[in-house]
Ligand binder design. Structure first.
Ligand code: CA2
Length: 148
């Protein structure tokens, strides 16, 4: 069993627009809905959640560093940083916590520049193209790896 019963939920740039813009791609649920979903899912397994959404890479890095020694794992949708950020990947790798990578849309069915993820090989769980419900799936799968 992990020592901490807390997860960090990280949502990257522009995900504050969920439910407001591009519902055909990202659905109608808001970032607040996503955070509530992950909190409820984690609570079913006795975990609490600290949530951060930011449009600033450094804020995300600081939150990931703060999770070291304080959280048991990280659920992350890095947004567009998925495809660009060695820095974010290094932060995840540096804290050495288990990571679940989530994408609302099916990135492999979209533009070629979305096909590569800098985060993928530092994550132990990958959930792609399942809509917002994918966050619950990723949370459950991450907790299963912690318990196992
Ligand atoms: O499918 C996903 O979850 C993505 O991580 C979302 C990113 C995109 O760059 C990735 O390729 C796939 C974009 C996040 C922006 O979210 C918005 C939500 C509503 C309206 C506009 C942007």
């Amino acid at each position: 069993m992990p020592t901490s019963r807390r997860l960090l939920l990280v949502n990257g740039p522009n995900l504050n627009l969920l439910g407001i813009r591009e519902p055909d791609v990202y659905g109608h649920e808001t970032i607040a809905d996503v955070e509530t979903l992950v909190e409820r899912t984690a609570a079913e397994h006795g975990f609490e959640v600290r949530s951060v959404q930011s449009n600033h890479e450094g804020v995300l890095i600081d939150a990931i560093h703060a999770a070291r020694g304080d959280c048991a794992g990280i659920v992350i949708n890095p947004g567009g940083l998925t495809h660009t950020s060695v820095v974010l990947r290094d932060a995840l790798s540096g804290v050495a916590l288990p990571v679940a990578e989530v994408h609302i849309s099916d990135v492999m069915a979209r533009e070629p520049f979305r096909h590569h993820s800098y985060v993928a090989d530092v994550a132990v769980v990958h959930v792609v193209g399942r809509g917002v419900a994918g966050y619950a799936e990723a949370t459950r799968a991450l907790i299963a790896t912690l318990a196992g």
